[in-house]
Ligand binder design. Sequence first.
Ligand SMILES: [Zn+2]
Length: 97
Amino acid sequence: MHEPIRRADFVRFVEAKLSYFSCQGCGSASYDVISEENVDGKGAPGRLAVIAFAFPGYDIADGKSADVCGLACTNCGTIRFMFRKVVTNWIAANPTR
Ligand SMILES: [Zn+2]
């Protein structure tokens, strides 16, 4: 069963792993995380995936998708993806105290 990543945990990951955020589209340093706890804006949990995303272990020909987590620039809306498994592994190794 899919367990949504808590918004607070994803924010902890981003703050621990990124030395800074600079939007690839406009250079803004302002971003927001795309929360799995509220994908539809109405509180419904969900997950993000990209199709045919070239990543080791995923064969595009299989038509599979790769689970991702996303950051969105609050200025221009450019979205930056991170491989979800890396995020969940970090959260498991760094639980909230
Ligand atoms: Zn931007």
